[in-house]
Design a protein around this ligand. Structure first.
Ligand code: 5GP
Length: 178
């Protein structure tokens, strides 16, 4: 299937380099704990960390929203948080795309509850038109329109994650799991 390319690979790479430069190191000088929301944020986290000072490694957690068919009702389930050691640390939370904002809100609250002193969000994409929760996003790669996007980690029913670019899926209404 041919897709309409929204963001070519070269632009993804350039923007990841720019964001990595803009992400200030934590005030205490220690590297941030980098946490990526899987599966979607894997390629972006790899790219970002390659350009961050000290090339930090990242840890993954999983998030999924539960709803009625394709429409999220807002409950976000997160797995893997208990393995993160964030007490007293600054966390860089890496997302593929922020849609309603519920996933970021849920994870940010939980990181603070586990003792993180600061949480910064770096998301490759943001869909402001779909926002339900007014989350603060410190680092945004690209704002995209209200369309279902695939590629560069993002799937439609488990497919297309390995596309090297971000594209618009012509028919997918919206699986909202990470
Ligand atoms: P939120 O909690 O912000 O509504 O949703 C965040 C998650 O929904 C993202 O991490 C992603 O997994 C999924 N999502 C939202 N919009 C899209 C989209 O256009 N395409 C894909 N593949 N996933 C999306």
């Amino acid at each position: 299937m041919q897709f309409e390319i929204l963001i070519p690979r070269a632009d993804l790479e350039r923007r990841a380099r720019e964001l990595a430069t803009a992400i200030a190191p934590p005030a205490d000088g220690a590297p941030p704990v980098v946490v990526a929301v899987l599966e979607g944020a894997r390629p972006f986290a790899d790219l970002l960390c390659r350009h961050l000072p000290g090339r930090p490694s990242w840890q993954g957690i999983r998030a999924s929203s539960y709803g009625d068919g394709t429409v999220s009702r807002g409950a976000v389930a997160v797995q893997g948080e208990e393995q993160l050691e964030v007490r007293g640390r600054t966390v860089l939370l890496v997302e593929d795309i922020v849609d309603t904002g519920r996933t970021v809100q849920r994870i940010r609250e939980s990181l603070f509850a586990r003792g993180a002193v600061a949480v910064q969000v770096a998301t490759l994409l943001s869909k402001p038109a779909r926002r339900v929760v007014p989350v603060v996003l410190e680092h945004v790669g690209f704002e995209v329109p209200d369309a279902f996007v695939i590629g560069f980690g993002m799937d439609a029913a488990g497919c297309y994650r390995d596309l090297p670019y971000v594209a618009i899926h012509p028919t997918e209404g919206g699986s909202r799991s990470a």
